[in-house]
Design a protein around this ligand. Sequence first.
Ligand code: CA
Length: 660
Amino acid sequence: MKEQNIRILSLLLAGLLVLTLFAGCSKKKASEPAATIQVENVAPTGKLEGCGLYVKAVENLPEDFIFGMDASQVPSLEASGVKYYDFDGAEQDVFKILAQNGVNYIRVRVWNDPFDSQGRGYGGGNCNADTALEIGQRATKYGMKLLVDFHYSDFWADPGKQMVPKAWKDMDLDTKADALETYTRETLQKLKQAGVDVGMVQVGNETNGAMCGENTWPAIVKLMSAGSKAIREVYPEALVAVHFASPDESGYRAYANALRDNGLDYDVFGSSYYPYWHGNLQNLTKVLKQIRLNFGKQVMVMETSYAWTGEDFDFSGNTISDDSSVDKPYPYTPQGQVNNLRDVTQAVVDAGGIGVCYWEGTWITVGGASKAENQKLWQQYGSGWASSYAGEYDPEDAGKWFGGCAVDNQAFFDAKGHVMEGLMAFNLIRYGNETELTMESTEEVQLRVTVGDAFTLPETVNGIMIDGSRQAVPVVWDKDPAELVDPGTYTINGEAAGLPAKLTLIIENVNLLGNPSFEDGVDAPWVLENLGGCEEVHLEEKTGDSRTGDWHYHFWSPDADKVEFTLEQTPADLETGTYDFTIHIMGGDCGAYEVYAYAEVDGEIVDTAPMEITAWNEWHSGTVSGIEYQAGQTLTLGIYVKAPAAGAWGKIDDASLSIR
Ligand code: CA
């Protein structure tokens, strides 16, 4: 153990020396006079040897692998009163704590002008060029490089939203490209003059088919190229990066082709990877590897994170909680959080990639005792995800849902700002820390049965070991299945190997539809009528986007006025009676949509039930009840969807038809 620590220390010191020398060289080459930031030598903390978390060393990890941390929210949190503490409990610059624990890159988002007409900040850290400068100086001071993430928007840019900055709203494409080039150049020059060590710059954030108000590839790449040109000019040693979300083989190939065909000069193809929604790690490796090999680009994960608890700390709901219906490859524990970081790193290394950035591992609660108290701070300092002032720019989303932090349970600091052991993983991933292999929790089980059918509860559940592996263990449940007869959803608790176990039992009415949850993996007996010529309307296998099971029906169109379709089926041999039909949908960006469930008897619609579409993972049902039916008639049940906005998308799942 001791020998290993000495090795860690000496390797890190050697690494720092190299970094310092390298920083010295690049400054000499600088084209313009730059201030010099005194780099402080940062040694790993002594607590490293006492870490209780299990970490298997990543195999074949390159010495210069990028371990990034997006820490954009920090200045606004500090202004709100947040303090950070190191492993000795001493108040410390959070950037120093990050450097001590093996983080070697700091990522920062940059918005053009995140302020309203009265100068009030939109929130999300009010991150503009000045914020990037402050963060860049602090990162450089502790020997870390800066990754500048230009959103080319005045607020959050992601696959659902790529709004043009206010000042560029009425510009034609050529003028906008000039403005973007100038803005990129001036922002980077500011950083350069202050001596900030910029290692990489992103042109756009999660630009899946749109950026800066444009949604055709020639226009997007024209703008990206303007940014790339400015980056090459000001920081010739820095890498130029692009960044997409949702790793998917054909999707990413299409993006890479579009970038190549339109002539973008770039180095790094980055991807977000959130295990809740983005498939498994084998897929991530495969997708990144094909880009590296087929397009000759470096690849990395630009954003990942994982919850260490299901709790919320700031009275503003979190993206991930114990109730989230998403992929959950690890328990929401500090060990689960570390296992995700370790496994994502291995997956990227296996793809020949250059780095992994954790997203906002320093974004914690502003610490007030009530939502009202926190709301004041979020409004005043921009320390929530959005303030009400953002409504002027983004009325539909921020204007309605402004609030605090949705990821305070995914940070590496607790609610009081104390660093948690998990942060050590960035160092330990290099060397391993294989503690005794114990069982940490058990895997939740879901059981779905039809009313009247006999069933038994499982005799074993999977225990989750701290290295992420599974072991079956006997379980004792606290309910007798004989007592559970009525349709409904039941939570059954149990005990297995001294740990709590949980089973969700769903007793369903006899469902008279075929393939009701699309789990057959084929359309039949559903029939699609694509009335508007929507480009993507089809069956899809993606657990994280399904309400239950792995399959659902998906739609998306980049164009306006194309999403209009019906999806229906006509069950045979029904008996005379009164029926109820239900179906579910979720989606977003639909504009003035019209969605309803319907029942048709002998070709005539007899009743409809209007349905809502709000946001990702917010499922809404539509129920047509009391359908009177005589044997021999034709009964058709379906959903009608019309969503006129460009970029409208959604998912349909879980239909049922029951007789009273
Ligand atoms: Ca929260």
